[in-house]
Unconditional design. Sequence first.
Length: 482
Amino acid sequence: FGVVTGIDVDIIERLPTPYGLVRYGVAPDHPEVKNVENDFAALFENQNDASSVSYYGNVSVGKDISLSKLQSLYDVVILAYGCQAACKRLGIPGEDSLEGVLRAREFVAWYNGHPEYGHIGSIVQKCLWNTSGDDERELDSSAISPARVVVIGQGNVALDCARILAKGKPGLIDTDTPSQVLDILKGGVSHVSVVGRRGHIQGAFTIKELRELTKLKDEGNNATFIVRREELERGMTDSSKEELKGAAGRPKTRIDKLLQDSSKLYHSSDEDSKKQVELRFLMSPVSLVPKDSNSDRVGNVICERTKLEGEAFNQKAVGTGETESFPADLVLVSIGYKGMPLEGMEESQMFDQSKGVVVNEHGKVFGADNLFVTGWIKRGPTGIIGTNIMDSKDTANSIMSFLDLKNNNAQPQSSSSEDESESLFGRNGLEEFLKSNNVEFVNWEQYLRIESSEKEPSRLRSGDHPREKFLSVEDMLIAAKG
């Protein structure tokens, strides 16, 4: 890097397609968030002589190539693979033994068409319709499932799950939700309860996702939003009121007002509407129990009512001994993600298993010469795309400091040794290694073929349907070959 004005960047992705959570995590009815793909695509389209960006999809670090090998090939290696593990565990009876209990991460990956989660569809179908994929009974595509779903957790992912279930096919028809998913969701689900152990002031959701739930009915989704005034009042402790003060409390103040207004609009007659989404606060799940008719499948979520105790910003949900049973044909656990080490990283001291992050200081990984980290795997599963931008700038500053120090200490090389270095390291070295090990990687031009095939008019449901995603890696690789 001492003899060039720019830096060459190679992006390695486990799947053939790029964009990670933007493609497989962001809710399909949030296309404005997915537009960030255009910014990344511009990096590949606007190349220059000083620096360049290349893409290597369908390459699994730790399996197809080791982390140590990458470090030997490149001046800098940046880990940005996020939190790939399932949600954190509840640790309650029935969580692991009953059918119909899924992690929200699995459900989100399925409705976004992730190729490794297609099997979730048969589980959801059985829970919503009491049928299997081989069942020959025909159901109307607009039929509303009589199932009751309980989502445990109250972050934005939990609210996304509730909204997707409530909208069903009619509300998602013009999104990139796969047709196979819409065929299972059909007209949506009759009842979704989103439960959390603390109050509404402590909820992890933002007002955007909350407002979308309150507008379900007005936007033609035939779903009523329900929140109980008495639960809002019980959560409004003196400490909660303290949390609303000052500039830092303004977002929560807006949430409180929206929920209070919504509670005033609720009438008992709303419970007769075809679809309902309810937020339940101060409810802590204590056990999952089976159906009376089938001891293998979940039937109810038993929650203990809680009360808040403690100082502002440090309130704890304390059990009261009073319980309530929530009927449940499907349970989605959405209480946070957790990062996992790459293969070969387990025995090192560079990964904190308790926190689920790579140990680092401003993105520089401890115990590794040229290894850096950014995003959720750097700081944990918090924040949004904007948060990652600031986080990445912090890591980029550390990288540039590292490169400056490295260049200052570098010994001069002859032109012949520089030519030899270019052939053995970086992009050339990576491609040589992948080809010699028969790794079928996907470059950027090949990804564009996948994208073009997904947008082929013959695959689309309508003129407003953005794309019909390929649901298997095999189909993606076939499209990549053209």
